[in-house]
Design a protein around this ligand. Structure first.
Ligand code: UDX
Length: 471
C-alpha cells in the first residue's frame, strides 16, 4: 500500500504560538486533503484545559502527540519566557527524534514545519533528509527585523541599546527607536537570552522556507522586503499565508456567561480588554484602567489577570486562579450595570466577532492583532513585551487602525485614568474613531480577498502544498 505523504509540525510552548500553527494545519489540510499532518508538541508542565480543548477539536487527518513534558521547577526561575521556550524544546529533542523515526517508517515523511522558537528541530529535519520550514507566528516586519539582526549584531559592542538610537528595518517606512524593537535584543550581548535570539535569527537562513502569518495589504512593504533576495542575500523563500486565525465557533463557548452578557448589549457598545495568552500589567495600571473605565462610563468586558511588574510573568503558565481581589474596592459593585470582569481567560474570537463588541484594548500580540483586523474591531494599543511595541507602532502610525494612550511617567510606565478614558472615548464615540473603524473594515475586506480562492495567501499556500506533494 502506498504510504501517506506526511508533514510533522512542532509548535513551541505558549498558546499564542500553538493556536496559529494549529489553524495553519487546519487550513492546509482543508485545501489539500491528500496530505497527512502530525503535531509533535513540546510542553512546559502538563497541558492546560485550553490546550486540550484546542487539540481535541482537530479534524481526523491531523494527529497530535504531546511529548513528555518538562516541569517549570526543573528550569531556571525568573528568566525571560523565551529561555523557557527554548529549554523546553531542547528537552523534547530526543522524544521528537523518536516520534519522527516512527513517522518515517509508517508514512512518506516529507517536511518538518516548526515555530521559530523550536528551531533546534532544524538538525532533525536535516538528519531525516526532509524539507524544513519555519512557521513565523508574528508579522512580516518582525520577520524582516529577525533577518536583519545577524548583520546588526556585528555593529554591537556590549549592549544593542547603547549602540544606536534608531534602526531602519527593511520594509518599514519609519525608523524604530531601539527601545521599541523586539525586547530580546535589549539585553547584554553576552547574556544567554541575547545569544538565544541571535541563534534563532541566524537559523532562519538555513531552512527551506518561512511561512509567515500575514497578508499583502496589511504589510505590503515588509512582505516585499523579506521576499527580495537583494535585501536579504541567501535568505529562504517566504510564504505569506495569513491571516490565519481560529474560528472560535464551539457551542460550549457560546454558552459562556460573557457571550450571554454580550448578547444583551447594544451593537458596538462594548470595549473588550485583554492582554493575550498571559501578559500582565502592574497593579498601578490595573487600578488606572479600572478608574478609567468608570470615568468613561463605557460598557466593557475585561479579561483580568493578577498584576505583576514583569509584563510576561505568566506567559507560559496557561490558566490561572481568580484575581478579582486586585480590583479597586467597590469597583465590581459600582460597575455591575456597566461591564463584566472575567478572570484569566475568555473566548476571544467569539467576543471579537460579536456584534456588541466595538473596541479592543489589546497588548498587540500578533494573533490578537490579526483577530481584531479580521473582525474589524478598532484597537487601543497597549504593548507589553516581545515584538508588541513594533506591532503597536505599525497599528497606530502606519495602518492607523489603533490609538495609543500616552504613558504619564516612562520609568514607572503608568498611564493615567484620565488618559485611558480619553482614548476610550476616541475609539468608541468620536469622529476619529469612525475613521479608524472604516480603515480597519477596509483591511478586513482585504484579508478576505487574500484568503479567497485566487487570493495572494491562498496562492502562497498552494505553492507550498505542491512542494510537499511533489516529493
Ligand atoms: C506573543 C507575541 O506577542 C505574539 O505576537 C506572538 O506571535 C505570540 O506570542 P500572546 O500573548 O500569546 O503573544 O498573544 P497573541 O499573539 O495575541 O495570542 C493570544 C491568543 O490567545 C489569541 O489567539 C487569542 O484569541 C487567545 N486568547 C487570549 C483567548 O482566546 N482568550 C484569552 O482570554 C486570551
Amino acid at each position: 500500500m502506498e504510504k501517506k505523504t506526511c508533514i510533522a509540525m512542532v509548535p513551541c510552548p505558549g498558546q499564542g504560538h500553538l493556536i496559529p500553527l494549529v489553524e495553519f494545519a487546519k487550513t492546509l489540510i482543508h485545501q489539500h486533503n491528500n496530505l497527512h499532518l502530525t503535531l509533535l508538541i513540546p510542553t512546559l508542565g502538563p497541558p492546560t484545559p485550553s490546550i486540550k480543548a484546542i487539540l481535541n477539536s482537530l479534524p481526523p487527518n491531523i494527529d497530535f502527540n504531546i511529548l513528555p513534558h518538562i516541569s517549570i521547577q526543573d528550569l531556571p526561575q525568573n528568566v525571560h519566557p523565551a529561555i523557557h521556550m527554548k529549554l523546553t524544546v531542547t528537552h523534547s529533542l530526543p522524544f521528537l527524534h523518536e516520534a519522527l523515526t516512527s513517522l518515517n517508517t509508517r508514512t512518506h515523511l516529507v517536511a518538518l514545519i516548526f515555530d521559530v522558537f523550536s528551531s533546534d528541530a532544524l538538525h532533525l529535519a536535516n538528519q531525516f533528509n526532509i524539507l524544513s520550514y519555519v512557521f513565523f507566528t508574528s508579522g512580516a516586519l518582525t520577520l524582516s527585523f529577525c533577518l536583519s539582526f545577524p548583520k546588526l549584531d556585528e555593529t554591537v559592542s556590549s549592549q544593542f541599546i547603547d549602540s544606536t538610537k534608531t534602526v531602519n528595518v527593511p520594509g518599514s517606512i519609519i525608523p524604530f527607536q531601539v527601545k521599541d524593537l523586539v525586547d530580546l535584543v535589549l539585553y547584554e550581548r553576552s547574556s544567554e537570552i541575547y545569544k538565544i535570539y541571535l541563534g534563532l535569527c541566524q537559523k532562519l537562513y538555513f531552512v527551506d522556507g518561512i511561512i509567515v502569518n500575514s497578508f499583502t495589504d496589511m504589510e505590503a512593504e515588509a512582505i516585499r522586503a523579506v521576499q527580495e533576495k537583494t535585501t536579504f542575500v541567501d535568505s529562504p523563500s517566504v510564504y505569506p499565508v495569513g491571516p490565519i486565525i481560529g474560528t472560535g465557533s464551539t457551542s460550549k463557548e457560546s454558552q459562556m456567561e460573557c457571550i450571554q452578557w454580550l448578547n444583551n448589549q447594544p451593537p458596538k457598545s462594548v470595549l473588550y480588554i485583554c492582554f493575550g495568552s498571559g501578559g500582565t500589567i502592574t497593579h498601578d495600571n490595573l487600578n488606572e484602567i479600572a478608574f478609567g473605565l468608570e470615568l468613561s462610563g463605557q460598557k466593557f468586558l475585561w479579561v483580568l489577570r493578577a498584576p505583576n511588574n514583569s509584563a510576561s510573568s505568566s506567559y507560559l503558565m496557561g490558566q490561572m486562579e481568580d484575581h478579582l481581589s486586585y480590583l479597586p474596592s467597590g469597583f465590581l459593585n459600582r460597575t455591575k450595570e456597566q461591564g463584566l470582569v472575567v478572570p484569566s481567560w475568555a473566548p476571544q474570537i467569539e467576543i471579537l466577532s460579536h456584534g456588541s463588541t466595538g473596541g479592543f484594548l489589546s497588548h498587540c500580540g500578533w494573533n490578537s492583532t490579526l483577530e481584531s483586523v479580521v473582525h474589524s474591531v478598532p484597537m487601543i494599543a497597549w504593548p507589553l513585551f516581545a515584538e508588541q511595541r513594533m506591532n503597536a507602532i505599525v497599528l497606530t502610525d502606519v495602518l492607523k487602525v489603533a490609538v495609543r494612550p500616552k504613558v504619564d511617567d516612562q520609568s514607572s510606565g503608568i498611564v493615567k485614568h484620565e488618559e485611558i478614558a480619553r482614548v476610550i472615548k476616541i475609539i468608541m464615540e468620536e469622529e476619529e474613531g469612525l475613521q479608524i473603524r472604516k480603515r480597519i473594515k477596509d483591511l478586513s475586506d482585504a484579508a478576505a480577498v487574500a484568503l479567497s480562492e485566487h487570493g495572494s495567501s491562498t496562492r502562497a499556500l498552494s505553492i507550498l502544498a505542491h512542494k510537499f506533494q511533489n516529493i
